[in-house]
Unconditional design. Structure first.
Length: 720
């Protein structure tokens, strides 16, 4: 058993904590409203604040810590009058662990009562337990096991204090034990500690203050990027009874950045410029080594940083100009938005004077006035009311990106979302039925041809036909002039059956040139699709046949209507209750290379059995092989002749050794004469063999020359 040591009541007579009250100074703080927002598909937004400042007035903008990291690496501040920016500051939050380390209390973030009291060792305390009271300095907090029954024990925490007369008193820390701190300095430290712990519950709000200096009233602009939710695209396609379908695009926009958007210019960019998160707002501490002091000196270890700029370049960079000047760290550069080449100041003056062409789409994404017309001003009766009731965005290319700039200003309050219109156009689209081998059913689709100058961002879409919902689907980004299939429902009136014949292989051509035999082979495959229209209305069916790597369509087939990276699309028109057949023939060319000089009789036999060559090619190859066999026979004779010469040389060596051993013997004279005759006969034989070897080598060289010329001059091409 263990008594809960957290039941101790600490009577902490904590002195009033020195909270820093931020009293209003003589400086009048201004707030700049958001005037322009550009949202990107990679989860960042570009924001512009604009407003008037007077004299040396400071400007406050509130951010969260996550926002502040992006702001610090992209902040741009411009004073468009005769003033200047003198500084940019924000409240810095060191990590809690680092702030706790600055206190005199050696206690962590979540201590127990015993751990907390143990960190106060040496402090003067008053302890009261029941009727006993003692005052002194805290010596220690220890654990002790106390027996209760038999072998059963409980563990209790005990506090030891040393009185003024030197007595050591020990008290059990029980729920009835009170401990009071008797020193003001210790109380202050405890108050600071508790204040730091309480600060972790504060809202994550970082206030940035921009200090200005100047005379009179001036226009101030602030821009930066910040993390935002990704905006989403969604489309409605209205299919009228007559005429072209109407495509209407909407964007879902979320405001979660902590500032109200009241009448802002809103642009949505379909693209994802590179961006990343860097924790710049958090103070960074590095681990430093502990170095012992030398006996004869007390100095601090130091390092010297590398040179970044020379004094001349630094003077140039920091010299104030006659116009606007930004404090170091105040102008960092932001993501460009708006018309390429137009400065922030120009865009702001355009917005103030009304010459920039406002952006937005009504308050909260509601419908606005005006309507969209085609160049021919043709009236489309089926969708006119929907088309005329919606104000759309102005679209334009921004390099690799594409921007939808809303024509009306938008109001979206903090932590609210809106649905805003971004485009509206009549489109060329054919209603078809699509069959794909990976799908289990035939799908209804629109074969959309983007003949407009608009880029359609990827997103969801739904189709309205005959005043009713017909289906929905997903689409990827579609560039101007691009054609795309958009499926949205199952077609129960069309059946498709796919059949495939086994592959066959046949040789189409054999060519011999410069000693290389090239054998071209084709692997052919036939696929048949049987399409049945069992509906009472006609159908246009699109068969997506897989486009496999290395396979090609034969010239005698009907050409596909189009081909993608993965499919050939064949278009078939079917009358009601009719059946059609589509045959797709493909071939894959295969080429084999053989060196004529390496071909053998066995390979020629294999070629003949596989019908890879004809008699004409066989005859030419037979001549080459016969010449190779002649050379091989000469090689055998040359090897045999060399072997005989080597054998005679070894025997002569044996005779000479025997003659050396006979010196001084009785039989020396008779045996020496015999060995001399034997050596003479062998020498004559060696001379004869060498003449024969030279003749064989000459014949071999001549035969090789004939073979090389035969192979080089062998040129033929045979189609089988």
């Amino acid at each position: 058993m263990r008594l809960l040591n957290v039941a101790v009541v600490c009577l902490l007579a904590v002195a009033s904590f020195n909270n820093h009250s931020f009293s209003q100074s003589s400086t009048d703080y201004a707030r700049l409203p958001v005037t322009r927002v550009v949202l990107y598909k990679n989860g960042v937004g570009y924001f512009e604040h604009s407003g008037r400042v007077r004299g040396s007035q400071d400007v406050n903008i509130d951010f969260t810590t996550a926002q502040l990291n992006d702001v610090l690496k992209s902040l741009t501040v411009l004073d468009l009058g005769q003033g200047r920016i003198t500084g940019v500051s924000y409240n810095s939050n060191a990590p809690l662990e680092q702030r706790l380390n600055s206190l005199h209390l050696a206690v962590g973030e979540k201590p127990t009562t015993a751990q907390f009291l143990d960190s106060l060792r040496g402090a003067r305390v008053e302890v009261r337990s029941g009727t006993e009271t003692a005052t002194g300095r805290l010596l220690s907090v220890d654990e002790r096991d106390i027996p209760i029954k038999g072998d059963e024990k409980v563990t209790v925490d005990q506090i030891s204090i040393v009185g003024d007369n030197g007595d050591v008193r020990v008290f059990d820390l029980t729920p009835s034990t009170d401990v009071r701190l008797a020193e003001k300095d210790v109380n202050d430290d405890v108050g600071k500690y508790l204040g730091l712990i309480a600060s972790t519950r504060d809202a994550d709000m970082r206030r940035m203050t921009i200090s200005t200096a100047g005379d009179g009233e001036r226009q101030l602009m602030v821009s930066y990027i910040s993390e935002v939710p990704v905006w989403k695209s969604t489309y409605r396609i209205v299919i009228p009874k007559d005429g072209k379908p109407l495509l209407q695009g909407w964007a879902i926009v979320d405001n979660t950045v902590g500032e109200n958007w009241d009448g802002v210019e809103l642009s949505l960019v379909a693209g994802a410029p590179q961006s990343f998160v860097e924790d710049l707002s958090q103070p960074y501490y590095t681990r430093r080594p502990v170095v012992a002091l030398p006996a004869n000196a007390m100095i601090t270890p130091q390092t010297h940083e590398a040179t970044i700029e020379t004094a001349e370049s630094t003077a140039e960079a920091t010299a104030p100009s006659a116009g606007n000047t930004a404090h170091a760290g105040g102008v960092i550069g932001g993501i460009a938005g708006g018309v390429p080449g137009m400065s922030l100041a120009q865009r702001e003056f355009d917005a103030v004077s009304g010459t920039g062409g406002g952006v937005g789409a009504g308050s909260g994404g509601g419908t606005g006035g005006g309507y969209f017309r085609t160049k021919t001003e043709k009236q489309w009766l089926a969708a006119d009311s929907l088309e005329a009731a919606t104000t759309t965005a102005e679209s334009r290319d921004l390099g690799d990106l594409f921007e939808y700039k809303l024509q009306d200003r938008v109001t979206i309050h903090k932590n609210q979302s809106a649905l805003v219109p971004i485009l509206q156009a009549r489109i060329d689209a054919e209603k078809v039925s699509v069959w794909n081998p990976s799908q289990g059913a035939v799908l209804r689709a629109l074969w959309l041809d983007n003949t407009s100058d608009l880029t359609l961002d990827g997103g969801s879409f739904n189709v309205l036909e005959g005043d009713a919902f017909a289906g929905e689907g997903l689409m990827e980004a579609i560039k101007p002039g691009e054609k795309r299939l958009l499926s949205y429902a199952a077609d129960l009136g069309v059946l498709v059956e796919a059949k495939q014949k086994g592959s066959t292989e046949r040789v189409t051509r054999v060519a011999i040139s410069h000693g290389v035999l090239m054998q071209s082979t084709q692997e052919r495959e036939e696929n048949t699709y049987v399409i049945r229209n069992r509906d009472a209305s006609p159908r246009v069916v699109v068969i997506e046949h897989p486009a496999r790597q290395g396979w090609k369509l034969t010239d005698d087939d009907d050409k596909p209507a189009e081909s993608s990276a993965s499919f050939h699309r064949f278009r078939i028109s079917l009358d009601p209750m009719k059946t059609a057949t589509l045959a797709v023939n493909e071939y894959r060319p295969i080429t084999n290379r053989y060196q004529v000089s390496n071909i053998t009789d066995d390979q020629i036999k294999f070629f003949l059995t596989q019908k890879m060559i004809n008699p004409q090619v066989e005859q030419a190859l037979r001549k080459v092989v016969a010449q190779k066999n002649s050379i091989a026979s000469l090689d055998v004779d040359i090897t045999d002749c060399n072997s005989k010469v080597s054998a005679i040389s070894l025997d002569q060596q044996r005779v000479r050794e025997n003659m050396k051993a006979l010196k001084g013997s009785i039989e020396e004279k008779a045996l020496v004469a015999r060995y001399v005759r034997e050596l003479n006969e062998q020498e004559d034989r060696v001379q004869s063999l060498r003449r024969e070897l030279a003749d064989l080598q000459q014949k071999r060289a001549s035969a090789q020359k004939t073979l090389d010329a035969m192979i080089e001059n062998l040129q033929m091409e045979v189609t089988l």
